[in-house]
Design a protein around this ligand. Structure first.
Ligand code: SF4
Ligand code: SF4
Length: 419
């Protein structure tokens, strides 16, 4: 276990104008603000380059000899492939509207955690090597050389963004900092620079189908434990369904819900709801992860990890897919899955078997979010609820970053809570 700083050390920051230009402020990796470096074996599992053990606290990050060439080639390739990358590199007017919207800036006081400056870490290199003004005028045009120090700065700050998109909501140009962060991380991963907190779950998910590395029998055993608890409380034994061909619905949850508190309480809720409705569903012990840590790594990795959902839906012959709650899971499903791994033309547009509601919003993905499904049940009076049982509770609701900002699911959870 790393020696962590005390709370007072972490809170000792001020929102002051820095005494040096950001380009002249050396990167200082503050203990408690970064994760361990990706382990070699985890990168090897997914065939990522420069797999080796390394530590961000050491001077030598064991980069390949031609690291600069790799990064510049990687940037050129992505600028050609992704219009969004080129656009986001060019259009920022540095209005600062996003500056105080990032929780990492608010919680650290570090100007390089302002979304506008986090992006500038990458833009400055883009200008130097890919724009005429940057090549001719260098720093005068906001350009700077790519050095090892810059790579360390990228690693430190791009892994301090949670890709939540809060800042992009306030940007008049709609610049999506989460996408800029992904591009920054894609480039870093070309040099084998990830964090182990991400690369470990990615390797697990690639090998076993879920971030936690749960084997199929462990998933079924865990759910049996939950069913024991449900039986103790309700007196009713639920029969779950796993890997059943011909079920109407495939249900996919994040693996945290299958493993430990508090996720297991959510899972117990799913199981009781489906039992009460008599839903014709099944869960796959192979597509046992809806969440996607590949999304915190690169577009390609997110696509590879997501592919199993449609593959299992096809193998099991279901009609449509119902998904549990998880922010990064739904950003990938709602915005990328159909393009990456579809078209899912072997599935049907989801229709609730209980209310008959056709979820046209999911006509392309064929996947419905559990809160949409549940709000629809309540709206049609299909669940007998007794709100007075919760009268003693005072609750507040925190919008999940991606389901709210990437999907627009804002009203459904509030509707459910208010009922
Ligand atoms: S709000 Fe948008 S345009 Fe303004 S500084 Fe931030 S990213 Fe740039
Ligand atoms: S996407 Fe979220 S974490 Fe990243 S810079 Fe914007 S507000 Fe901060």
């Amino acid at each position: 276990m790393a020696k962590l700083p005390e709370q007072d050390d972490l809170l000792a920051y001020k929102y002051e104008i820095p005494s040096t230009e950001w380009t002249d402020t050396p990167v200082h990796l503050k203990p408690g603000m970064f994760c361990y470096g990706a382990k070699g074996r985890n990168l090897e599992t997914v065939d990522f380059p420069n797999a080796r053990d390394w530590s961000p606290s050491e001077e030598d990050w064991k980069l390949p000899e031609n690291w600069k060439e790799i990064i510049l080639e990687g940037m050129a390739e992505r600028l050609k492939k992704y219009r969004s990358f080129k656009l986001f590199m060019d259009v920022c007017v540095r209005c600062g509207a996003c500056a105080d919207k990032c929780h990492f800036y608010m919680g650290s006081g570090d100007p390089k955690n302002m979304p506008v400056l986090r992006a500038e870490l990458l833009r400055s290199v883009y200008r130097r090597y890919f724009t005429t003004s940057g090549k001719l005028f260098g720093p005068l045009a906001g350009a700077r050389e790519l050095t090892e120090e810059v790579i360390k700065e990228w690693w430190y700050y791009f892994y301090q963004c949670t890709e939540c998109r809060r800042c992009s909501v306030f940007c008049p140009y709609g610049i999506d900092q989460a996408e800029i962060t992904i591009f920054g991380r894609e480039l870093l991963n070309l040099l084998g620079l990830n964090t182990d907190w991400i690369s470990g779950p990615v390797a697990n998910c690639y090998k076993k189908g879920n971030h936690l590395g749960l084997e199929p029998q462990a998933i079924m055993d865990n759910i049996e434990f939950m069913l024991d608890d449900i039986e103790t409380i309700t007196g009713k034994r639920i029969e779950p369904s796993f890997n059943r061909k011909g079920a109407e619905i495939l249900f996919v949850a994040p693996s945290g819900d299958l493993f430990a508190e508090p996720g297991i309480y959510t899972c117990m809720g799913y199981l009781m709801l489906f039992e009460q409705l008599g839903l014709d569903y099944t869960m796959s012990t192979y597509a046992s992860e809806g969440g996607n840590f590949g999304f915190f790594t690169s577009n390609e990795m997110a696509k590879r990890l997501n592919a199993k959902i449609y593959a299992e839906a096809k193998r099991l012959g279901v009609k449509w897919i119902l998904g549990g709650e998880c922010g990064h899971m739904w950003r990938v499903i709602n915005q990328y899955m159909d393009t990456w791994n579809g078209p899912a033309d072997f599935l049907e547009v989801p229709v609730s078997p209980v209310t008959g509601t056709r979820f046209d919003n999911a006509r392309s993905t064929k996947m419905v979010h559990i809160t949409e499904f549940t709000a629809d049940l309540i709206y049609h009076g299909k669940l007998k609820l007794d709100p007075s049982r919760n009268d003693h509770l005072k609750v507040t609701f925190h919008d999940s970053c991606n389901t709210s900002r990437a999907m627009g699911i804002l009203e459904e959870p509030r509707y459910i809570i208010n009922k």
